[in-house]
Structures are given as C-alpha cells and as structure tokens.
Design a protein around this ligand. Structure first.
Ligand code: C2E
Ligand code: CA
Ligand code: CA
Ligand code: CA
Length: 276
C-alpha cells in the first residue's frame, strides 16, 4: 500500500509538473509573441437590429502559435492576467484597435465605434487610464467612439480603486459596456454605480432562448430593464434568424453573432463594409 501511495503521489506530482510546465511555456511564448508583434486582432461586427446596419466592431485578440497553431483567448488571456503580461497586451490591443478605427473613419465610415475588452488586472495599477488616453490621442479618435467592455469580475476586485479609474475614463468620454450580463451575482448593483452605457446579454441565455422558456424570459427581462434604464442593449451569440427576429420584436437595440458575421480580419471587415 505504501508503494502504491508513493506511485499515486508521483503520478499526481508529474501531472502537476506537466501543467505547470505547460503554463510556463505558454507564458514565455506569449511574452515573445507580444515582443515580436505576433498577436493580431479580429473584428466582429456589431449590428443595429432594426436596420441591419454595422455600427461598430468588437476587437478580439488572436494568437497563432508557431508550433501549436491558434491558441484561443480563453486559454491565453488568463495566462496573460496571471503573469502580469496583460498590461502590455492590453495596451497593444487598445493602440491597434483605435488605429484600425482611424483607418475605417478615414475610409468614409466615421460613424463606426470600436469595443475593446479590459481585464481586472489592467485596473490594478490604474495603468489602463493612461493607455486609453494615449491610444485615443495617437489615433485621433473621438472618445465616444471607444467602448470599454468590462465583466463584473473587474468591479469585484477593488471597488474603490476601480471606481476612481472608471470615473476618470467616463470623464474622458469613453463608453462603458457590461459584458456577459446575467452571469455574475451583483451585475444589477454595479450597473448604476458605475454608470454603464450598454449591457451585453451573455450568449449562454441568447443561444437557446428559442427552446428554453426560462432563457427567453431572462433575455426579454434584461432588454426591458436596459430600455427602462435608458441603456443600450446588445444580445451576444445570435446564431440564426429566428433568434434575431424575436430580439427585434422585443426592441433589442443591437446584436452580435455568427448569424451576422464571425470575427474577421481587417481586410474582410472593410470588404463587408463596402457591401461585399
Ligand atoms: P467575449 O468578450 O464574451 O467575446 C465574445 C466571444 O464570443 C468571442 O470569442 C467571439 O468569437 C464569440 N462569439 C461571437 N459570436 C458568437 C456566436 O454567434 N456563437 C458563438 N458560439 N460564439 C460567438 P473569442 O474571440 O474566443 O474570445 C473569448 C473571450 O476572450 C472573450 O469573450 C473575452 O473575454 C476574451 N478576450 C478576447 N480578446 C480579448 C482582449 O483583447 N482582451 C481581453 N481582456 N480579453 C479578451
Ligand atoms: Ca466582450
Ligand atoms: Ca461577452
Ligand atoms: Ca466572456
């Protein structure tokens, strides 16, 4: 039994080492990718439901690993957050996305806005404020064309410090959007306290709202809540016309999802804007 226990221990230990090693490799790979400018952004159209018009895009980070192939952001963003690399990565995302928006504005689409995801860790040292200001100035973008997407986890961390940064971001004129709405615990309390402009209904509710009456009720409830608070509301993960039609019927303002468009490389996005 003693030998068995030892074997189990060694096995568990080896598995843990493998996980830790994997993590370390991802971290050093990511550090290199940031340094060598090997990350890229894709842009997913945000659509006004009533008109079908593209009103802007969400910037989504992509990493094509030289050996592993594409690594999903759900894998590398947490690595960036835990290692502190998210500060550099987040700054790069802000600069790149605003520069892209400048190019679209110059191409005659000055009405478009850009949404960028922010992680809690970017607020820790307040560095995000300077990064946003710099990106706006460098790209010469009106602040109200930049929307920052935050999840509740950002607000959970250090209420007061985050609050101070968010207040200053609002003072710049940028928009705040609450991402993954409905999945947290205190989203409602945060909505007013932090003066959000938009709610993004999490795709887990949207995706099967046709088959699941509970999800339908939740989506419908969030839409009417947003409208009565005077907020914009966007449904994420719209994958078919049945869902889009229902959302339109409920007066949902905006939508995003594979039914309209997948995240796209910049060349495909501009093509799409031209009606291609
Ligand atoms: P998110 O912010 O909730 O982004 C939406 C995710 O849903 C994206 O996944 C998008 O590709 C996917 N999606 C859009 N429409 C549909 C649809 O109709 N069906 C389905 N099944 N999925 C859809 P992606 O690109 O893999 O990103 C995953 C998450 O990684 C994002 O979730 C966000 O939390 C994070 N992320 C991505 N880029 C960044 C970034 O630059 N900074 C930070 N901090 N986080 C990022
Ligand atoms: Ca988002
Ligand atoms: Ca989301
Ligand atoms: Ca999410």
């Amino acid at each position: 039994a003693k030998r068995e226990g030892r074997a189990v221990y060694q096995f568990a230990n080896a598995a843990m080492n493998a996980a830790a090693l994997e993590r370390l490799q991802l971290e050093s790979g990511l550090r290199r990718a940031i340094e060598t400018n090997a990350l890229r952004l894709e842009y997913q159209p945000l659509v006004e439901l009533a008109s079908g018009r593209i009103v802007g895009a969400e910037a989504l980070c992509r990493w094509d690993h030289p050996k592993r192939g594409p690594v999903p952001p759900a894998v590398f963003i947490p690595v960036a957050e835990d290692s502190g690399l998210i500060e550099a990565l987040g700054g790069w995302v802000l600069r790149t996305a605003t520069r892209q928006l400048r190019a679209w504005h110059d191409a005659g689409h000055a009405e478009l806005m850009m949404a960028v995801n922010l992680s809690a860790r970017q607020f820790q040292r307040g560095i995000v404020l300077q990064q946003v200001e710099d990106a706006l100035v460098e790209a010469d973008i009106p602040a109200e064309k930049l929307e920052l997407e935050l999840t509740e986890s950002v607000l959970l961390h250090d209420g007061e410090a985050v609050m101070a940064v968010l207040r200053r971001l609002k003072a710049l004129g940028v928009k705040l959007s609450m991402d993954d709405f409905g999945t947290g615990y205190s989203s409602l309390a945060y909505l007013r306290r932090f003066k959000f402009d938009k709610i993004k209904i999490d795709q887990s509710f949207v995706r099967d709202m046709i088959d699941d009456p509970d999800n339908a009720a939740i989506v419908r409830g969030i839409i009417s809540l947003a409208l009565s608070l005077g907020l914009d509301v966007l449904a994420e993960g719209v994958e078919d016309e049945t869902v889009a039609t229902r959302l339109r019927h409920w007066q949902c303002t905006f939508a995003q999802g594979y039914h309209f468009a997948r995240p796209m490389r910049p060349e495909a996005f501009i093509e799409r804007l031209r009606g291609g």
